[in-house]
Design a protein around this ligand. Structure first.
Ligand SMILES: [Zn+2]
Length: 305
């Protein structure tokens, strides 16, 4: 009897307990610690590019791995995450990143409303709604160094940053002015942070650059392929590079006769617009920030009712 019982126990199938297939937030603890250390250093040295060991992620490099690693290393249960791509919550990249974050971080909720989010991961835009002190904006960065356009060697670029040697960048801006009568940089406009490092603000349009100046929210920038993290801490000076007699200008969105083009959906005349070509007739313009545009359109419709 005893032998039969032992055999039965020994051969009984062991019930398998459900085991998590990944860590909370996908990254292991060591990776999160290293990224957080890089973030702390980046906050202490505003605009300085801090190297880190960018991890392999289940998306291709160039699709926001740097931003995603920042988001996953910082989120905790109770956080509310918003992901936007070119201002839209509904693009393929934004939808997939949001779904992925929701799957690997139980307890974290996702949203499309800027006001509800505690962490906003974005590609190419800063929301129109002013951000608050308890929010973190994470920008996905393809090229973290503003000196790339004038110097191919990273070793030399690092020395130029260390020596505050931005003369060749100024020459590039001047050549633009001579050739085009205006500075032709439409995005990635170089900006000096806290009076020291010149940074690449990621491919946000010029329209968004003033929002970085004295931002109440912490702004973190992550370049996964280039393995760099840098930051704009809250209430920090961010000045676009500009000549004394040629002021920095944002996009104007004007008709040929100088009138401001309104958004076709919400009627706003104070937002960054996307130009959408039409098969027949002239192109239409609507707000790039989808959440902001829909909220304003709903408020306008409610007021008219
Ligand atoms: Zn609109």
């Amino acid at each position: 009897m005893i032998a039969a019982a032992i055999t039965r126990v020994a051969t009984a199938p062991v019930p398998l307990l459900p085991r998590p297939t990944h860590h909370f937030g996908f990254l292991d603890d060591f990776a999160k610690k290293e990224i957080r250390r890089a973030v702390l250093k980046a906050i202490c040295l505003p605009g300085h590019q801090v190297p880190y060991s960018s991890r392999e992620m289940p998306i291709a490099r160039g699709f926001g791995t740097g931003g995603l690693q920042l988001t996953l290393s910082l989120i905790g249960a109770g956080d509310v995450v918003k992901v936007i791509d070119q201002g839209s919550d509904e693009s393929v990249n934004a939808v997939n990143l949001r779904d992925f974050i929701g799957k690997v971080a139980p307890g974290v909720t996702t949203t499309t409303a800027t006001a509800e989010a505690s962490i906003i991961q974005s590609r190419h835009r800063i929301p129109e709604l002013p951000l608050r002190e308890n929010q973190i904006l994470i920008l996905q960065v393809p090229y973290p160094c503003p000196l790339m356009i004038v110097e191919p060697s990273e070793r030399v670029r690092r020395r130029m940053h260390a020596e505050v040697d931005y003369a060749r960048l100024w020459v590039k801006l001047y050549e633009d002015l001579v050739r085009f009568q205006e500075i032709s940089i439409s995005n990635r406009y170089p900006a000096r942070v806290h009076g020291r490092y010149v940074m690449d603000p990621s491919p946000i349009p010029r329209w968004d650059l003033p929002k970085m100046h004295q931002s109440k929210a912490l702004i973190l920038l992550g370049a996964g392929r280039e393995k760099k993290i840098y930051a704009v801490p809250p209430y920090t000076e961010v000045e676009p590079l500009q000549f004394d007699d040629i002021p920095f200008q944002v996009e104007r969105f004007q008709t040929a006769d100088g009138r401001r083009i309104p958004c076709v959906r919400c009627g706003a005349n104070d937002s960054f617009l996307d130009e959408i070509p039409q098969a027949a007739g002239p192109a239409i313009h609507q707000c790039s920030d989808l959440d902001w545009c829909l909220a304003r359109a709903a408020a306008t419709a409610g007021a008219q009712r």
